[in-house]
Ligand binder design. Structure first.
Ligand SMILES: [Fe+2]
Length: 229
């Protein structure tokens, strides 16, 4: 894609993760896993990342096939959307993909999962994952392709003080900000990156990357983007 062999860059990221001195408890894959939407592509993803031998939480992006993804990535250690507990932390993984739209939307059933899970687990620290950015990231061309009903999303988020972080993919760049004490994070791609703060579509020369997120028992978070040189 655009001159890059994305399977090679993806496996280079997996290899780098495998030698990270920190051992991950889980991986969050925030969508756009296989652009050509083939079953073989998801099987390649599954074989490559499965070597890390930890749970992998997958959500679909605008370039995925949610149907094939659910069929190939629902058996342990893979999880397709849904909620999962790790100690005092809970992940809520939402599907914001809309067929034939590069922007995203959380349909009523996803908003219901978010709200009911938060209501049921008020004592858990929560990280929410979705593919599309729910707030502007500074790239004007991308900001028209974010979460289209972010007002409905934040109406729920703002009612639950135990949400600690929201993490997404889609934007191919690193982004971090605090919104009402909630850490808002995007993670660069395992392939090529987009140029931050650009009004029009521009590629960035930065390398593939992944994000480390350390979730502490007291609800605090440390995070860092690891770029492959
Ligand atoms: Fe995307």
């Amino acid at each position: 894609m655009r001159g890059l062999n994305t399977y090679e860059s993806f496996t280079a990221v997996i290899n780098r993760v495998s030698i990270d001195a920190r051992k991950a408890d889980a991986i969050i894959a925030t969508g756009d896993l296989v652009q050509d939407e083939t079953r073989q592509g998801y099987e390649r993803f599954r074989n490559a990342i499965g070597k890390l031998n930890v749970p992998v939480h997958c959500i679909p992006g605008n370039h995925d096939s949610p149907r094939i993804m659910a069929e190939t990535l629902s058996k342990a250690p893979f999880h397709f959307c849904g909620t999962h507990a790790y100690g005092g932390w809970r992940l809520i993984m939402l599907n914001s993909a809309v067929r034939w739209d590069d922007g995203g939307r959380l349909e009523a059933n996803q908003l219901k999962i978010l709200e009911s899970t938060l209501a049921k687990h008020p004592d858990d620290h929560v990280l929410v994952g979705l593919h599309h950015h729910p707030l502007p990231t500074g790239c004007r061309w991308l900001d028209g392709l974010g979460l289209r009903n972010s007002d409905e999303f934040f109406e729920i988020v703002d009612r639950f003080p135990n949400i600690r972080a929201v993490a997404w993919g889609h934007v191919h760049q690193a982004f971090e900000t605090l919104r009402n004490d909630v850490l808002m994070l995007s993670t660069p791609s395992t392939g090529s990156q987009f140029l931050p703060d650009s009004d029009v579509f521009m590629m960035d020369s930065r390398p593939p990357a992944y994000r480390w997120i350390e979730l502490h028992p007291d609800g605090s978070i440390e995070t860092e983007v690891v770029w492959l040189s």
